[in-house]
Ligand binder design. Structure first.
Ligand SMILES: Cc1ncc(COP(=O)(O)O)c(C=O)c1O
Length: 415
């Protein structure tokens, strides 16, 4: 008798679905394709030799601690160090209310597991990080998008949405935000907006999940204070990550929040994985303690800034005037808006792939069926020369499409 696996899956797994964009990854990873799709760090920036040296020092000094299981919350040295870094940035926190996770993605999963009830609305930015939404959905959450403008999520629309949901008998309790160099738009929420959103959170008893993997990759000016540092009411949960400023391969992220919350998360983590990698934590601790991560981040800032400039300049130069795009001050992403008269962004992606250029079409980032004429472009992986070549080639494709298009959107708008 053949096993029909679908009939074995537990009822609660009905919400677990693969990301739409994964199906494109095989295509976008072909060697001839210049890919602006993946939000991965540039391969050429990985400090392989330094990591190898640090690992061999670690092996000489302290093999047991690096190879044995570690506490579920994470090793105390690393937690203390990260808590001190957060406190120095104004977000007071201690090792007791900070735990290490397998990347910030595990933080999103664990939070969903302990905070979200079946059918519960979860307020997210519109558009939002796909991985955040898929974690919420996996546990029965229903992402509800709050539109953004250049300053971030729009508070009046946040309030309106909360009231609408309440009117429908639903009680939103969570607002998920990536306030710095957001994935996918590259936008940063202004200080004024952060204060307004915190005030709304206070008024409507919302908890804010602040996901900040890109904040340290700031190419111009500085980022506003975090929600956590502005919060007076203990209603912010902060997620950090070493994936973008060091390497994603060791899967080191962290979560900081009120102790009552982090205690419950630690219980959920016990059954998820017992503990994060001891070896990865010991390595991360040494590299943070010795100031290496800070110095490496400074180098990355210079290098990614160059890639960002290459993409923005190439877009200015080669994309038709009707195509608008964000100018991020940090992070990895640019959000592109195509005129409505173009084929939708999924169809554009198919056409672009034929010319060996890839990006991510916008629909997957939307909680409400939007994004049909938008796309996320990441400048982190290709080298500068590829960025220019890829955007130039896309520009040629769009110019051909533009000839067919009779709409009025010919002037470039700053999104
Ligand atoms: C906004 C956001 N949050 C979380 C993650 C997950 O990062 P990690 O699990 O590697 O820390 C990513 C990765 O791209 C991201 O863009």
């Amino acid at each position: 008798m053949t096993v029909v696996w679908q009939s074995f899956f537990a009822e609660r797994t009905k919400h677990i679905k693969g990301s739409q964009i994964r199906q494109y990854f095989a295509l976008t990873e072909r060697p001839e394709v210049i890919s602006f799709a993946g939000g991965f760090p540039g391969n050429e920036f990985f400090p392989g030799e330094d990591i190898a040296r640090s690992l061999s020092e670690l092996a000489a000094e302290d093999t047991i601690q690096a190879l044995q299981y570690s506490p579920t919350e994470g090793i105390l040295d690393l937690r203390s160090l990260l808590a001190a870094k957060m406190s120095a940035s104004g977000a007071a926190c201690s090792a007791e209310n900070l735990l290490i996770t397998n990347g910030s993605q595990q933080g999103l999963d664990l939070l969903s597991r302990i905070l979200i009830d079946e059918g519960e609305p979860v307020l997210v930015e519109e558009p939002a990080y796909i991985g955040g939404m898929s974690a919420f959905k996996s546990y029965g959450g229903v992402p509800v998008g709050i539109p953004m403008d250049l300053e971030g999520p729009i508070p009046a629309l946040l309030e309106k949405t909360v009231r609408r949901l309440r009117g429908e008998g639903k009680t939103p309790r969570l607002f998920y935000s990536v306030p710095n160099f957001q994935n996918p738009t590259g936008l940063t929420t202004s200080l004024k907006r952060r204060k307004e959103i915190l005030a709304l959170a206070e008024r409507h008893n919302l908890v804010i999940i602040e996901d900040n993997p890109y904040g340290d990759l700031c190419y111009e000016g500085s980022v506003p204070p975090s929600y956590m540092s502005l919060d007076q009411g203990g209603r912010v949960i902060y997620l950090g990550s070493l994936s973008k400023v060091l390497i994603p391969g060791i899967r080191i992220g962290w979560m900081a929040g009120p102790e009552a919350l982090t205690e419950k998360v630690a219980q959920a983590k016990q059954s998820a994985d017992l503990c994060s990698s001891s070896l990865g934590q010991q390595l991360a601790y040494r590299l943070c303690r010795d100031g290496y991560v800070g110095r490496h981040t400074d180098k990355l800032i210079d290098q990614y800034r160059r890639k960002r400039d290459a993409m923005v300049n190439a877009m200015e130069r080669y994309l038709p005037a009707g195509v608008s795009f964000t100018r991020p001050k940090g992070g990895f992403f640019i959000w592109v808006q195509f005129p409505d008269c173009y084929p939708n962004s999924k169809e554009l992606l198919d056409l672009a792939l034929k010319r060996h250029v890839a990006f991510v079409h916008g629909e997957g980032f939307s909680s409400n069926g939007g994004g049909r004429h938008s796309a996320r472009f990441s400048f982190s992986q290709p080298i500068e020369e590829e960025i220019v070549r890829g955007i130039k080639s896309l520009g040629q494709l769009l110019a051909e499409i533009e000839k067919e298009c009779r709409c009025e959107e010919k002037e470039r708008k700053a999104v």
